[in-house]
Design a protein around this ligand. Structure first.
Ligand code: ZN
Length: 72
């Protein structure tokens, strides 16, 4: 499992263990808070995941967003 105490930033792109029903595995982080907002890069659908579920489901970081873009 990935160490997720590392800060998350809006604009980060991650790969999740479990693909979206559309087949997409890459997600862009659009919101960082108690819940993590993610947009599927394949179908552009938006979901909210509790931080814990996100930490459990994330496989790896594809791209890191700019630290200054965080709204935390
Ligand atoms: Zn999708």
């Amino acid at each position: 499992m990935i160490e997720i105490s590392a800060p998350l930033y809006v604009g980060d792109v991650v790969e999740m263990r479990k693909p979206h029903p559309c087949g997409g595995k890459q997600w862009e982080i659009v919101r960082v808070g108690a819940d993590i907002g993610l947009v599927c890069q394949t179908c552009k659908r938006r979901v909210l995941l509790p931080r814990r579920d996100f930490a459990r489901g994330v496989k790896r970081f594809i791209r890191r967003g700019a630290a200054t873009e965080s709204d935390a």
